[in-house]
Write a protein that binds this ligand. Sequence first.
Ligand SMILES: *[C@@H]1O[C@H](CO)[C@@H](O)[C@H](O)[C@H]1NC(C)=O
Ligand SMILES: *[C@@H]1O[C@H](CO)[C@@H](O)[C@H](O)[C@H]1NC(C)=O
Ligand SMILES: *[C@@H]1O[C@H](CO)[C@@H](O)[C@H](O)[C@H]1NC(C)=O
Length: 929
Amino acid sequence: MLLPLVAAATLLLAPALAVFSDEAWTVDYHFALLGAPKEETSFFHRPNPSSKASLIYTLSEEHALGAVNPRDGSVVWRQLLSPGRDAHNASFLRAGEGEDVVISGIGSEVAAWSAADGKLVWNLNTEGPLEDVEIVELSDGKETAGAKDAMTLSSGSHPTVQRIDGASGAVKWQYRIDGSDAPYQLSASSTQVFAILLHKTILGYVKLRVVALDPVTGRKTDEYTLSSENELATAENIISVGANSASPIIAWTDAAHTTLKVNVVGTKTISSFNIERHDDSAVERVRLHAPYHVNSLSHFLVHYETATSHWAEVYDIDLKNSKVDKAYSLPRVAGKGAFSTSTSDANVYFTRVTRDELSTVSSASHGVLGRWSLSSFGVASGIGEQVEPLHAVSEVSVKGDAVSAIRTTVLLSTGDWVLLRDGKGVWNRPEMLAGTVAVTFAIPANAAALVQQLEVEAHSNPVAAYIHRVRRHIADLQKLPSLLVSMPQRIVKGFLGTSADDLTGSDTFGFRQIIACATRSGRLVALDAGHPDRTLRNMEVADLKPGQSWRPSLSSSKDGVIQLSSMAGAGVDYNATDGQQLAESLPILPDEPDLATSNTVQYTMRGNSLEATYEYNPSWTFTPMHGERILGLVPRPVNDPVASIGKVLGDRRVLYKYLDSNVALLVTAHDESSKASFYVLNTASGAVIYSNVHAGVDLTAPISSIMSENWFAYSFTNEASDDASKGHQLVIGELFESLIPDDRGAMGAKSNYSSMQTDTEPFTLTQTYQIPEAISKLAVTRTRQGITSRQLLAVLPGSNAIVGIPYGIVDPRRPTNRDPTKDEQAEGLMRYTPVLEFDPKWYLNHQREVVGIKDVVTSPALIESTSLVFAYGLDIFGTRLSPSFSFDILGKDFNKFQMLATVAALAVATFVVAPLVMRKQVDQRWRFL
Ligand SMILES: *[C@@H]1O[C@H](CO)[C@@H](O)[C@H](O)[C@H]1NC(C)=O
Ligand SMILES: *[C@@H]1O[C@H](CO)[C@@H](O)[C@H](O)[C@H]1NC(C)=O
Ligand SMILES: *[C@@H]1O[C@H](CO)[C@@H](O)[C@H](O)[C@H]1NC(C)=O
């Protein structure tokens, strides 16, 4: 009898334990991104010689270095190198065969990283910017076992070649190159090291100067200039210098791409080949793919590309007489293609990825060793857009005459990085999102109508709102038949507790908004906030040429339309729901970068002064003091609902907030005196309503600021001085009409109030906190009606985290030097302490590292308690926050099954017990009779 009871109890207990389980990893999402991998800095490599499985290493356009597990696409480790650099800066990543380190080069820094876990082994700065980094496959007999040396070529005032000890990072020798020629690249053959320099002739052409060095001593053994007969107009026509190989080559074409010239470095013979034309379109790009190992066969592949098609030719080099011969051709195929080179012992394999096929050939013969058809890459793209492969790297294993296994990662024109195993898609990393520069939340069409209805109800009197609501529900009845049809499904889903995540159903809570991201590469990517792992759309919206950039800005309207505008182009509207382009709106072409827009005011920087424009009419100008520069301006958000105009005190009296939609916080810096100034401006009149200056500010550290409701916050870093150490500060200020409760100060007397009058200055309360680390960006949660208390969101670049500080904790009304009174306690105010430690519960990211976050955007959900949060930069992180807890929704911890089970159990109990009780009662009555 007891046993089934215990069993039943355990059954009911198991779900009960889940009540307190964290909602992390269910309501939030995180993409640990790297950015678009570069072709020349991506490869498969074994993290150490004993491991069987290789990882994919890459140094991306965002300068993130990392290792990705080819099995599932997860990041094994990553390091963000020099976050300040632009994508066009040269960067290098090399790994020697059988090495357990990878060596990166960027700017003037060379560094070796443990391939297994990404720990820094050594780093070294060269005198000038790096032009090339290579691994020396030739031993000088002095290496520590297992660590191959690295070689660098740097430019600057003293172009230098250095050999660096692979184990310690010590410089073994260095060779200074004389003359004013520009260093270009390093190559190594099996006996020599070559530095290749570009020599400008009087006529403006380029000649190649080659300096040969002894790899052991670093002494010059030879030097010569290749006569390229005035055909090399610019360095851009050089297509490759093979790095490590038995016979390194250098190849170039003429400006019109009609002939290909190849020279085996170390010899003076130049082989010349005509570039065939397959149709009317001209060859636009020539690329060269060659193995990177000294002991590989000296074969290489030349890849020709026109606007509409591509093809390739394979060449081999006769090592005895350094003669280059064409071996065979790979046929022309429409669209773009990607070629990758893999080696296995001495054998070289070329893998080709086209729009619809993957194939592998050996460098020795044109027989296809493996062929797989690709139906599509399975990624979201624009309407009618053709997805093209841009570049690829492969790992091939060949048994006999056929490929037994092949893994290929391909960067697609959509910015997705995919892995194909034997031609089948295994994973997809949305690397285009690492270059997100502007974001907006938009409401999908099905929710937009409801939002509008709710707004009408919120802004009318209670009776009208009630009538409106009844009408809305009557209108909803029309949907009843379709609702009834889907009822059984909904009940099952509701029973399992999955209804909030239903992909097709309605979204009653407003969690499934569309997040539109504009990327640096000119694309607009739409994500579903409820299902962020599925990209809804990814379309090209700006046609950018290499080296071009744009500065997009995004906004959305209540009817589900996304407005995209950029400094360089017209504003375009898109339907957030289906991605269709709507009519083009007015072109927005400001001549200078504007800082921000709020309500109808647009702020523009002119020189070093700030100009505010009202509907295209200049209204006022703010010129900072001499020597000051404007760092930033944050206006109060356009849509910033406030539920109450006052703060109710513990004794039921009211402090009136200074609420003006035309306020903005301006930050300026004075470099000479290391001062930072913060001004709260009335943006209608240009009047300064609050200002503060901080001295001894480290102006190289981030300064962040935010303005919302009737308060502002900013943070900065103090420079270390004689009497204080370096510290980070957070300042919160709140503006009130008057500091006397139940008094509206000067404004109370006026029934009419205008922003243009400046005699009504607010009273400001501020408090300063010492915080443990710098904040690079501040944001604030937003809810539909502003009733829910706020959280201040702070990005902490030092610990790769985002914290949500409850506003109550930093309320400037916290009493100083005394304990709070009973009334203050009732308000939740604590005694002021100058040090603010970040509570571990405030970390939105939990134990994940969110790297490179540049901005955080928030949006209200349909229910009042919840704010949606989306952070971007390098990583993407999103979550839902309920700063005052979920008072209007049953949380995930609410166990429907348990509740229904309890109800059922009670019903059964009632049925069973009721007759018994009845009988007992009847019996009792009879007994007393
Ligand atoms: C490389 O980055 C630096 C900033 O670190 C920048 O000044 C320079 O112009 C960049 N060089 C190129 C070629 O983009
Ligand atoms: C956007 O597209 C959806 C679905 O196609 C449609 O229902 C809605 O009316 C469109 N919105 C606008 C503003 O065109
Ligand atoms: C407010 O000012 C406007 C214009 O100055 C005036 O027309 C209006 O009567 C005033 N209202 C009250 C209540 O004083």
